[in-house]
Design a binder for this molecule. Structure first.
Ligand SMILES: Cc1cc2nc3c(=O)[nH]c(=O)nc-3n(C[C@H](O)[C@H](O)[C@H](O)COP(=O)(O)O)c2cc1C
Length: 308
């Protein structure tokens, strides 16, 4: 018998115990409900829902998705139904599920993050909050919260101050020193860290002489991201003592195992679910098979094993 369970918020009074380490990444799995008729979502470790803001957002102009050689570029622009609709329409469904649901939140100001987290307080069906700090701060000229330790820590502290749920902070690779940001959010009280969000990029339609995306620039995801994300997990695992959730280009069980061996305690599957809704469950089966083959009784036998 292989024990795949993992605790992602060991120092939090409520904890965040997952039956297995395979989660879905925000923005690619909707609210989970959309996938519930396609796959057995209850077998997943956790579901992270679409980024949620205080008010509904229409998002960026089309086109919003462009294929690249080894991934996709997106500029969805946080289109979402807003926190009140999530509470009224989605959470009651989640409350009946066994699989934990984590609400990914976003904001344009620190107070918006705080307000969204406050409204989620006490709502049944929500197991944790994941804070997407890759959002422009309108109060400081549109500089993203993720780009410096001070603003990243400030968002983390504000969310923690109003939430009794475990708070996971999701970092961006578009920074000079990921370690500095990881340390700052850890100091500010983050219970876990997700590494990483999309990498900024663009594509140009040479016949139209214009950018392919309606928003001109977007975020790169998919297999091209994997070595970068893996490196960031490996690096950050050296300096923080809270669980890390690896994310970026994970397409098969072997990819996921690399992240675990680099120091991640769990993984999120994003773009791979677009090509196959089964991807996350196939990854889970593959991890279990690998552990049996290696005689690994639990995830502790694998997590961080590639570290010297
Ligand atoms: C279409 C799309 C929408 C996304 N929306 C969100 C979002 O709302 N919030 C967030 O934190 N990350 C969002 N992401 C980033 C993913 O959760 C993930 O961090 C990234 O895609 C890297 O993982 P992958 O290579 O497995 O897709 C989105 C990614 C894509 C492709």
């Amino acid at each position: 018998m292989v024990d795949l369970s993992v605790q992602l918020a060991p120092s939090h009074p409520k904890g965040l115990l997952l039956a297995n380490p395979v989660m879905t990444a925000s923005g690619i799995f909707g609210y989970g409900i959309e996938y519930s008729e396609l796959i057995d979502i209850q077998r997943l470790g956790a579901i992270v829902c679409k980024g949620t803001t205080l008010k509904p957002r229409e998002g960026n102009p089309q086109p919003r998705l462009v294929e690249t050689a080894s991934g996709i570029l997106n500029s969805v622009g946080l289109e979402n139904i807003g926190v009140e609709a999530v509470i009224k329409e989605k959470a009651p469904v989640w409350a009946k599920w066994q699989v934990p649901v984590i609400v990914n939140i976003a904001g344009e100001t620190i107070d918006e993050y705080k307000e969204v987290a406050a409204r989620l307080e006490g709502i049944a069906g929500i197991s944790a909050i994941e804070v997407n700090i890759s959002c422009p701060n309108v109060s400081s000229g549109g500089i993203e919260f993720c780009t410096n330790g001070i603003s990243a820590a400030e968002v983390t502290k504000k969310v923690k101050s109003v939430s009794s749920l475990p708070v996971i902070v999701k970092l961006s690779p578009n920074v000079t020193d990921i370690s500095e940001i990881a340390s700052a959010v850890r100091e500010a009280g983050a219970d876990a860290i997700t590494l990483i969000n999309t990498m900024r990029g663009m594509a140009i339609d040479i016949n139209k002489c214009q950018p392919c995306l309606g928003n001109s620039v977007g975020g790169l995801s998919g297999p091209a991201m994997k070595p970068i994300a893996l490196y960031m997990v490996y690096k950050v695992a050296d300096i923080v003592d809270i669980p890390i959730i690896g994310c970026g280009g994970i397409s098969c069980a072997e990819d996921a195992i690399e992240f675990l061996m680099a120091g991640a305690s769990a993984v999120q599957v994003g773009t791979a679910s677009l090509t196959s809704p089964q991807a996350a469950l196939e990854i889970l089966t593959g991890i279990e098979r690998f552990m049996r083959k290696k005689g690994a009784p639990n995830l502790r036998a694998i997590i961080g094993k590639a570290r010297s």
